[in-house]
Write a protein that binds this ligand. Structure first.
Ligand code: BYC
Length: 311
């Protein structure tokens, strides 16, 4: 299949499977995006793991543990989907992609470079971070690469539970004492803009969008998903009785959308360069785990080899 035929094939809503012919730039685009998505899932476990021992009740602790385990599972499906793309010339094995992340060469979502400072942040992460992730991932369920698209279906179901557990934490805090409501407002103040930046740069500053749209990997633009997220989230904040920290936020009757202020793009660029509040800590933690827990991997490989020999 030549390049034009391939484009026609994906644009007619057909799925591409691992053994199908595909152009190299399609393969590379997917390796980049799916592996970065996987890195986001496993780095994203860190801010929340920080609160497992301090969850305010057994029920909250169990829900948080289950959520964090789900994120590890999402990482696993996504690394596995990435691995289906390796072809001898383009490396997609887990060691290569993971080491690129540890070396700071591959990105993970900017949002995970912000710390979780209070219990209310765990609520804000579920509500806003998982909420933004679902908005993006529902769109990705329709992407043209079969294994990625199928992984998204399952991930979205689990993310929906994550979003609700976060919103429920905030509902409880907002119905509690004045101090508890202040904690919730403070979490919203700190997580609002970083959550909006999860959708990536504005469309005119997004170098990968055009190709990704042509190949039907991205189905909607960064700005259109961001707008939809704002439109659904503002009423949720109002229901909680919280104020979104944007003086320019206003319903626009003509557009039938909320208008909103300029995002702090300088901060976004700094976070992407590795200078966010927690970038160094996140990578150090993952590098240390790689060394300290190398024995787990070695033991698993030895066990698998022993089982194979016994068959
Ligand atoms: N952070 O041309 P653009 C979760 C990069 S985790 C960092 O628009 P694209 C969860 C972008 O990679 C779910 N980097 O790119 C887990 C590109 O650089 P490279 C996370 C960003 O790919 C635990 C450059 O900027 N979701 O739910 O067309 C606990 C230019 O951007 C960001 C995903 O990973 C960012 N925010 O569009 C709780 C979704 N934005 O790669 C929750 C999968 C942009 O050329 N990814 N960049 O060096 C995507 O959908 C797309 O890659 C993006 C960006 C929409 C993020």
């Amino acid at each position: 299949m030549n390049h034009d035929k391939f484009l026609e094939y994906v644009q007619a809503e057909n799925k591409v499977e691992p053994k199908d012919m595909m152009p190299d730039d399609y393969r590379k685009l997917l390796v980049r995006q799916i592996s970065q998505h996987a890195h986001s899932e496993v780095v994203g476990m860190l801010p929340e793991a920080n609160w497992i021992t301090r969850a305010p009740s057994l029920r909250r602790k169990m829900a948080l543990l289950a959520k964090i385990q789900d994120e590890a599972g999402h990482g696993l499906y996504l690394y596995a989907a990435t691995e289906t793309l390796g072809n001898g010339e383009i490396a997609a094995d887990r060691d290569t992609t993971y080491n690129d992340m540890l070396a700071g060469k591959a990105k993970y979502s900017s949002i995970f470079n912000y710390p979780a400072l209070s219990w209310a942040d765990i609520g804000a992460i579920g509500w806003l971070v998982d909420g933004a992730a679902i908005m993006n991932q529902v769109m990705l369920m329709g992407n043209s690469y079969g294994p990625y698209s199928r992984a998204m279906v399952r991930i979205c179901k689990e993310e929906s539970f994550h979003q609700r557990q976060g919103y429920e934490i905030l509902m409880t805090l907002c119905r509690g004492t004045k101090e508890q409501k202040e904690l919730a407002q403070d979490a919203l103040n700190r997580f609002w803009w970083p959550a909006l930046m999860m959708f990536g740069p504005n469309d005119e500053a997004s170098p990968n969008s055009q190709k990704s749209m042509n190949y039907r990997v991205k189905r909607e633009s960064n700005d259109s998903l961001r707008q939809r997220f704002i439109d659904v989230t503002v009423p949720q904040a109002e229901f909680l009785g919280l104020k979104i920290p944007d003086e320019q936020l206003k319903w626009n009757e003509e557009r039938q959308h909320y208008d909103f202020g300029e995002l702090p793009w300088d901060e976004f660029m700094e976070v992407l360069k590795g200078n966010g509040p927690a970038n160094k800590k996140r990578l150090e933690t993952k590098r240390k785990a790689q060394t300290d827990h190398a024995w787990v991997k070695e033991a698993a490989i030895a066990f698998a080899a022993k089982q194979k020999a016994e068959v």
